[in-house]
Ligand binder design. Structure first.
Ligand SMILES: Nc1ncnc2c1ncn2[C@@H]1O[C@H](COP(=O)(O)OP(=O)(O)OP(=O)(O)O)[C@@H](O)[C@H]1O
Ligand SMILES: O=C(O)[C@@H](O)C(=O)CO
Length: 409
């Protein structure tokens, strides 16, 4: 392997795996740090962790273990994949993980750029925009686990690290990779780099050629395969047919619109935080309901911010999240056991729960359903998944994903 990616959640991992695959790399997504060496010849490996919202020490420990495994596979460059909305808390985990990785790798500079222009995320003057909104007005201020209340990434990162935080502005980035390299400070630093167009990310990728550690959303990988002579390619796909289900634990704006659209035309079951915490619904009763439906049903806990906030105040943030994630995890396992082979999942944490429930080890990357979301197959099994980040995809995403899995569309 040439490039190793440590992704802080499972949807983010398939997002960047798609970017690398479309840029011509042979890539696989590993669920957690594998015990054994990677099989086959790969250009890049993406290790998917659940470290975005884990306690800081756990996130650091898991990231270092992933880094060591990737180095043992021959990787010369490590990418720390974080969310394009820089999801984190004042404690971390982005800053502490980067510090630990930089020390392990002997990195002097860490270029940091979460921009993903195709999905509306741009970094300008150190501030992160989602479409025409600053991050803290984009809906991300209401995120159930990592509310983002400041759009100034220099300030957000500085609160999480003891390293100095520098900035390379858009005017420099527009001059290309050499200008970016020349703008890096003398002293060691984490460096927020502006990017508003894909061309900026290609320039950053080129500038990162000699950097052992970089950090960003999937956009940071756009230009990396070309550094190794790769040319763009379309990932292949063998259709998977069979019963399907949609599982949504994401409360993000885009997901709520997708849930509303899908529920209007398909059987849909809402799991409330109250029912999950009280055990009033169980994976067994949900599985029974799913199997009894015609077509492809939806099970969702997606709710408006005020509903989520009320649940968190009543039960505690972690308790509500764990109860719901546990249900989705067990439900997915029960359904696959009964022959379900197409599973669309909405939400990063929810995807982590589902993939863990399915005991998937390696995911093979197929073509894109939407920007940032590929269809994936559990290696060695006839099970297709779509792991959708909360805010990705248009309103018809669930339908599109289910059709693509079958080779339609
Ligand atoms: N009704 C609810 N009440 C309280 N918490 C909820 C509710 N529904 C879901 N949750 C929790 O909110 C969290 C949603 O996070 P998740 O990562 O799955 O979605 P997301 O944040 O929209 O996606 P992404 O991280 O990809 O942007 C999960 O931990 C989930 O269990
Ligand atoms: O970068 C993104 O926005 C996504 O890949 C993601 O990580 C959301 O969970």
């Amino acid at each position: 392997m040439k490039i190793g990616v440590i992704a802080d959640d499972f949807t983010g991992a398939s997002d960047i795996a798609l970017t690398l695959a479309e840029a011509g790399f042979r890539v696989a997504q590993f669920i957690g740090v594998p015990d054994d060496p990677a099989e086959g010849s790969l250009d890049a490996g993406v290790v998917a962790l659940k470290s975005r919202t884990a306690p800081v020490e756990e996130a650091v420990r898991d990231s270092l273990a992933a880094c060591d495994w990737l180095l043992a596979q021959g990787c010369q460059q490590i990418v720390s994949k974080v969310c394009s909305t820089f999801d984190s808390t004042p404690e971390g985990n982005i800053g502490p993980v980067l510090e630990a990785l930089a020390e392990r790798l002997g990195a002097r500079h860490v270029l940091v750029c979460p921009a993903f222009p195709e999905n509306g995320r741009a970094v300008y003057q150190g501030h992160l925009f989602v479409g025409d909104r600053l991050l803290n007005e984009s809906g991300m201020q209401d995120h159930p686990l990592t509310p983002m209340t400041d759009a100034d990434l220099r300030r957000v990162l500085a609160a999480q690290t003891t390293w100095p935080v520098a900035h390379v502005p858009a005017q420099v980035v527009a001059q290309g990779s050499e200008a970016i390299v020349a703008a890096l400070p003398e002293a060691r630093a984490m460096v927020i780099v502006d990017a508003i167009r894909d061309a900026d990310l290609f320039a950053i990728g080129q500038a990162a050629r000699g950097q052992v550690l970089i950090c960003g959303g999937s956009g940071i990988a756009l230009g990396l395969p070309a550094n190794h002579g790769a040319t763009p390619a379309q990932p292949g796909w063998q259709p998977v047919t069979g019963p399907g289900v949609v599982l949504s634990g994401s409360c993000s704006r885009a997901t709520r619109a997708q849930v509303a659209r899908y529920a209007a035309a398909h059987p849909a079951f809402e799991v409330t935080a109250e029912a999950a915490v009280a055990g009033a619904v169980t994976a067994a009763t949900l599985a029974e309901w799913v199997v009894a439906q015609d077509g492809v049903p939806l099970v969702y806990s997606s709710a408006d911010p005020q509903v989520v906030q009320a649940a968190q105040e009543t039960y505690g943030r972690e308790v509500a999240a764990h109860a719901i994630e546990g249900l989705f995890s067990q439900l997915a396992a029960a359904l696959v056991e009964q022959g379900y082979s197409r599973i669309v999942v909405a939400g990063g944490e929810t995807s982590g729960a589902v993939v863990s429930g399915l005991k998937a080890g390696v995911l093979n990357i197929g073509p894109r359903i939407a920007p940032g979301v590929p269809v994936v197959r559990i290696e060695g099994r006839d099970v297709a998944l779509a792991l959708k980040s909360g805010n990705f995809g248009d309103e018809d995403f669930f339908e599109t994903a289910l059709a693509l899995m079958e080779g339609r569309g």
